[in-house]
Design a protein around this ligand. Sequence first.
Ligand code: BTN
Length: 334
Amino acid sequence: MMKTEILKKLRNTNEYISGQTICKELGVSRTAVWKAVNQLKEEGYEFEAVQNKGYKIAKYPDLITKSEIESQIDQAAVIKNVKFFQEVDSTNNEAKRSAENGAADGTLFIAESQTGGRGRRGKNWVSPAGSGIWMSLLLRPQLTPTYAPMLTLIAAVAAAEAIAQVMTDASPDVCTQVKIKWPNDIVVNGRKVCGILTEMSAEMDSIHFVVIGLGINVNTTEFEDSIKDIASSLYAESGQHIKRAEIVLAFEKAFTRYYQYFQDKQDLSKVQDTYNSMLINVGRQVRVTEQNGDFTGIAKGTNEKGELIVQKQDGSEVCIAAGEVSVRGLYGYV
Ligand code: BTN
């Protein structure tokens, strides 16, 4: 794709690159380059053009388009290609539909807005245009279905690391605390900024595909009444507008690192240690709401299956699997 190739070339240098060099290196006509540059301008990229020298990008807009993301992805990354939608019902739905029709492992479905965004436990996920990241990664791992919940764990750690890194870069003087609330909410200063919905199609002994859907409130400033006490955004917590593509890329790097290690070694201890070190619930009182009632206890961390270990008042320990269970702090969200 021409726009991706042009962005790749211009991004990797501080020098001006002439239209002629671009044409030669990409093996295309001047008109084709001119057309692609104009399309990029329309999307919001600002170019500096100097006669006899060429082009340089002066300003990158806050975009999560196919060319913006693909132009920055490493070859070795888990994400192999990007499908961008201005609007879609749900990127998880789209990923599942495409998976049924043979879409490849490592396809990322990302949308500017979702009309039917879905959260865990049947809730909806508000996904307006312009302020957030609504994306789903399609994977076809060579694993037995029992390992699938581990992928959510990896995604949670990768999302938390990405958010921490980008927020620190954006506002080094603002002290932010990025944590995971079991099983896979990312919280900043105790408020939810990201949720993860993992869905799977499998047989008894093999996974057809897994879809890991992430919703990240990046520059969101308004929240519905039902969530405004617990939800937040990276902007609200840091006071800085963050470019969404930076977070997608930081997530992709962290996810690739953990996922490849997990696939090579079939060992989750490294990611599990990191997960537990970021888990906000550890040592806190939690209220577990199950179908047949509530109970309270102290959260101890997760076991090797990603279940939350909770010590009840009588001293006994129970392991809770994510699913239809809700875990809250005794006096609020965490
Ligand atoms: C949660 O309840 O915390 C999970 C929220 C997951 C939302 C994301 S947004 C992208 C993807 N598409 C969806 O419909 N849901 C996930």
